[in-house]
Design a protein. Structure first.
Ligand code: AN7
Length: 367
């Protein structure tokens, strides 16, 4: 029986022929990808009409988010080019991935973060993986502007998703979904921030379909946080705000590509409120045992919103009017443990109190 070498199990190894690498590219990997595609019986039932809903759980990547898929490519190509240092702006997950993969590659990593707007878990990751962390007095969009300028120098390779190799790596998520389902889904729902991921997924779906590996392509359906929804409102948001700090972005780098993906796939873009995001996060954890961060919950919140919607007809709705038996995939992009403050702040989770005895514990439980 063929066994893949232990040291070579990431997305570059799995999808080498679909990626811009060659035999001399040093592969920088943490065995990312191959994340679970989990069937949700409850969401399927809620959707009705024999539809099947699957959750692509990207929080199970090595640094806890989908960013690892793009980072293995960006870092491998930076290593191939002989770069010694990388830089990125981040709402927290890109910086976590960049920090880990740069360490793996033996490179220096500099991350620019919006001060005070990064979850503690993600900030801790940037530090413990050994990157240089700079908090700027501005938001993510300001940080990305700075990174673009610094990237014009030769010293640093930019590893934000304006680096095309990031998109290449991230498109492998679509390949995995098609490989597992045997075809593309009818609808793909995902959160949108800087819009690199929706761009990458669409690229993956298009490429696999062009190669005959899928008979169809899904409608790409993005959800932004209501306070940070530039694509939905078709206008830069100067001061984006949302509890979902991962997608607190007012001027997405891949804006045009995201619009093209939505247009070409007959998809849509819509918004969800912070309350809908937090409710969806709680719902998925309590109903399906999947704990995701608030930014990720935008996709689940979006589906729940559409199922509950009574606007008729609703131009942006990805769900109503879909044919019976459709397949939906929701990407949930980051692990819930990344940001435990958000759910703890918005709901009280005080433990029941009991004395240190079996009788007291049973009594507290009402037995
Ligand atoms: C959990 O880390 O932009 O639309 O700097 O962390 O591809 O930007 C994170 C984005 C969704 C949005 N879910 O993806 C960053 C950053 C989570 C995220 C998104 C992000 P894009």
């Amino acid at each position: 029986m063929f066994r893949q070498p232990l040291h070579d199990r990431g997305v570059i190894s799995r999808y080498r022929s679909f990626l811009p690498v060659n035999d001399t590219t040093p592969v920088v990997s943490l065995n990312e990808g191959s994340t679970p595609l989990i069937h949700s019986a409850k969401l399927s039932a809620l959707t009705g009409r024999g539809c099947e809903v699957f959750i692509k759980y990207e929080g199970l990547n090595p640094t806890g988010s989908f960013k690892d898929r793009g980072m293995t490519m960006a870092m491998s190509k930076a290593a191939e080019a002989g770069k010694k240092a990388v830089i990125c702006a981040s709402t927290g997950n890109t910086s976590a991935a960049a920090a880990a993969y740069a360490t793996r590659a033996g490179m220096e990593c500099v991350v620019l973060l919006p001060a005070g707007k990064i979850s503690a878990g993600k900030l801790a990751q940037a530090f413990v993986y050994g990157s240089k962390v700079i908090a700027i007095d501005g938001n993510f969009d300001d940080a990305l502007d700075l990174v673009r300028k610094i990237g014009e120098r030769d010293d640093f390779e930019v590893v934000n998703s304006i680096n095309p190799f990031r998109i290449e790596g991230q498109k492998t998520a679509s390949f995995e979904i098609i490989d597992e389902l045997g075809d593309a889904p009818d609808i793909h729902i995902l959160p949108v921030g800087n819009a690199g991921n929706i761009t990458a997924y669409w690229k993956g779906y298009e490429e696999y379909a062009a190669m005959g590996k899928a008979t169809k392509k899904p409608r790409m359906t993005g959800f932004q946080a209501a306070g940070s929804a530039p694509i939905f409102y078709n206008k830069v948001v100067e001061h984006p705000e949302t509890v979902a700090t991962a997608i607190r972005i007012g001027n997405p780098a891949s804006w045009d590509q995201a619009k093209a993906a939505i247009r070409d796939s007959k998809g849509s873009i819509d918004i969800v409120t912070d309350q809908e995001i937090l409710d969806a996060q709680a719902w998925l954890a309590a109903n399906e045992g999947i704990f995701i961060e608030p930014g990720s919950a935008a996709s689940v919140a979006g589906l729940l919103k559409c199922l509950d919607c009574h606007r008729e007809p609703c131009a942006t709705c990805p769900v109503r009017g879909i044919p019976e038996g459709s397949t939906l995939v929701l990407t949930v992009t980051g692990h819930g443990l990344k940001d435990i403050d958000a759910p703890l702040k918005h709901r009280s989770f005080a433990p029941l109190q009991a004395a240190n005895s079996m009788e007291a514990v049973l009594h507290t439980l009402g037995y």
